[in-house]
Design a protein around this ligand. Structure first.
Ligand code: FE2
Length: 218
């Protein structure tokens, strides 16, 4: 049996890091410079574990096949989740100043929550999984699961890796940090609002909640 090693396929270069910042300028919302550097490094590392060279090459899908945006790339979704997370923080902190939120975790979290997607969406991986899922699993790891060791390998705090694994289905089997719940909500709401406003492909709509109806777009 041929074994697969899911590590770096190429050396990380400055070009990779520069591309992350160009495609995803919202990384600037991470105030702590070291956390910001590590978050950029995590994306560069994850890209180099795949055939993708840029975040904007990754398709705009929540999970493989559904939900799928009609247009755009994963970078559009990531930007939206960062902004929505920040808006939730502003709302609750303004109305309830006594609440406590870790700003570093809250901003590094949405930046890194989908860092496992280069692996799950990688065409080479997907072709291998389709050839013999009984050997590889399909996928071998979902993006949430692959994102967690990416964060830890790069040296990001466990609180950020927790958000990578907890923001998706796996979070249903864990106790989640408050920051993870806020980001998970922003992520899921982003897809649901995109769905009801008609921004998802009709083929991917059956995966949406039964109550949802998509409004036609102009
Ligand atoms: Fe997401």
């Amino acid at each position: 049996m041929t074994l697969t090693y899911a590590g770096l396929r190429r050396t990380i270069t400055e070009q990779d890091r520069k591309g992350v910042v160009e495609d995803f300028p919202k990384v600037a919302m991470i105030a702590d410079p070291e956390l910001r550097r590590l978050s950029i490094e995590a994306w560069a590392y994850a890209l180099c574990c795949s055939d993708f060279h840029r975040i904007m090459e990754i398709p705009p899908e929540g999970n493989t096949g559904a939900p799928v945006l009609r247009r755009g790339t994963l970078a559009d979704h990531l930007r939206g989740v960062v902004r929505l997370t920040a808006a939730l923080r502003t709302e609750f902190r303004t109305a309830w100043p006594e609440v406590s939120i870790n700003d570093d975790v809250l901003m590094a979290g949405p930046v890194c929550h989908d860092v496992g997607k280069p692996f799950e969406f990688d065409p080479t991986n997907r072709a291998r999984w389709a050839r013999d899922a009984s050997a590889s699993g399909q996928p071998t790891f979902r993006h949430s699961v692959f994102g967690m060791p990416v964060c830890l390998t790069i040296g990001l705090p466990a609180e950020v890796a927790h958000i990578a694994v907890g923001h998706s289905f796996e979070g249903l089997h864990m106790g989640l940090s408050s920051e993870c719940v806020i980001i998970r909500q922003a992520d899921h709401d982003w897809w649901q609002v995109a769905g009801t406003l008609g921004l998802l492909t009709p083929e991917s709509m059956p995966s949406r909640p039964t109550y949802m109806r998509a409004r036609p777009i102009a």
